[in-house]
Design a protein around this ligand. Structure first.
Ligand code: G1P
Length: 293
C-alpha cells in the first residue's frame, strides 16, 4: 500500500484562555513569535514536509486565520505602487502557489478527536498529518513533520511525535509506552490521555505532530468522550494501534509549548537569538537586563 502524506489538518478552534485578555480578539494561533504568527510556523513546517493541502478546522471567531492566508489586494497594491518589493514578497510568500487551503468549521468544541474528524470530508481515507500550532518546534535541519513523514512513508505506519517530560507533568499530555526503540523510533504499545504520574505507563509525552492513517476516521466516528469530557484523538489512536502499526518518534529539534505564556516567551527569545537582523541587539538587551536584576 502506498503511504503518501499530502494533506495536513490544523485544529485552530481552541479558546486560548491562557492568553486573555489578548485572545479576546486575537486567536492564539495569530500571536506572533518575532514577526510571524504561530500558525505560519506550523504551516511552513508542513509545506517543507511536502504537504500541499492545508485543512484548517476553525470556528466563527477565527476569521483572522482565513484572512491571513487570503490575498490582501489593497495592501499589495499599495506596496506595489510604493515600490516596496521586499515587503510585497513577504506578504505574498505567506503561501507558495502550489499550496491550497481548505477551511472547515467545528461548530462545537468537543475535543481534538472531534476537530480532526471534522476534516474527514477533505482528507478522505488517505494518510494525513495533524499539527497543533501551539507546539512550536524549532530545528536546524529538516523540520519535525518532515522527519516524521519520511519515517511514515518508509514504514507505511502512523507516526506520533514524542518527547520525555518530567514525571509530574504526565497529566498534561498524551503518554505512550514504546518499550523498544530503534534509534529515534519504536512501536507504541499503549497510549493514554493525561494520566496521573502514579498510573502513567512512562514519561514519553505526545507532542502536537501526528501522521495518521485514514483508518483513524471510522474509529473517531465511534470514539466517545474521554479525559476532560472531550472526544480525544489519543483514545482513537489507542484503538488504531490494535490493528495498525503506530510508531512513537523522538524528533530532532526543540519544542516550545506556546500554549503557555512562558513557552511563548522562550520561543520568542530563541527565534530572536536566531534571527539574522535581531540576534546581536536581542543578546545585548538580554545581557543588560539580566545584569540589572
Ligand atoms: C493535546 C493532546 C495531548 C498532547 C498535547 C500536545 O492536548 O490531547 O495528547 O500531548 O496536545 O501538546 P492539549 O494540550 O490540547 O490539552
Amino acid at each position: 500500500m502506498s503511504f503518501k502524506v499530502k494533506k495536513a489538518v490544523f485544529p485552530v478552534a481552541g479558546l486560548g484562555t491562557r492568553f486573555l485578555p489578548a485572545t479576546k480578539t486575537v486567536p492564539k494561533e495569530m500571536l506572533p513569535v518575532v514577526d510571524k504568527p504561530l500558525i505560519q510556523y506550523a504551516v511552513d513546517e508542513a509545506i517543507e514536509a511536502g504537504i500541499d493541502t492545508l485543512v484548517f478546522v476553525t470556528n466563527r471567531y477565527k476569521h483572522s486565520v482565513a484572512d491571513y492566508f487570503d490575498k490582501a489586494y489593497e495592501l499589495e497594491q499599495k506596496l506595489e505602487k510604493a515600490g516596496k518589493s521586499e515587503l510585497l514578497a513577504m506578504i505574498r510568500d505567506v503561501l507558495p502557489r502550489h499550496v491550497r487551503c481548505v477551511f472547515v468549521t467545528q461548530a462545537e468544541a468537543l475535543g481534538l478527536g472531534h476537530a480532526v474528524l471534522c476534516a474527514r470530508p477533505v482528507i478522505g481515507d488517505e494518510p494525513f498529518a495533524v499539527l497543533l500550532p501551539d507546539d512550536l518546534i524549532w530545528s536546524r535541519g529538516r523540520g519535525a513533520l518532515g522527519q516524521m513523514v519520511d519515517l511514515a512513508e518508509r514504514t507505511a505506519s502512523s507516526v506520533i511525535s514524542v518527547q520525555t517530560v518530567p514525571n509530574e507533568q504526565t497529566s498534561s499530555y498524551g503518554i505512550v509506552s514504546a518499550p523498544t526503540f530503534t534509534g529515534r523510533y519504536g512501536a507504541i504499545e499503549q497510549i493514554v490521555e493525561k494520566p496521573k504520574p502514579e498510573v502513567a505507563p512512562s514519561n514519553l509525552a505526545v507532542v502536537g505532530r501526528y501522521v495518521l492513517s485514514g483508518a483513524i476516521f471510522p474509529i473517531l466516528e465511534k470514539t466517545r468522550s474521554g479525559a476532560g469530557g472531550e472526544i480525544q484523538l489519543t483514545d482513537a489512536i489507542a484503538e488504531l494501534l490494535r490493528n495498525d502499526p503506530v510508531l512513537a518518534y523522538q524528533f530532532e529539534g526543540r519544542r516550545f509549548d506556546c500554549g503557555t505564556r512562558i513557552g511563548l516567551i522562550e520561543a520568542t527569545i530563541q527565534y530572536a537569538l536566531d534571527h539574522e537582523d535581531l540576534a546581536d541587539e536581542a543578546r545585548a538587551y538580554m545581557q543588560a537586563a539580566l545584569a540589572e536584576k
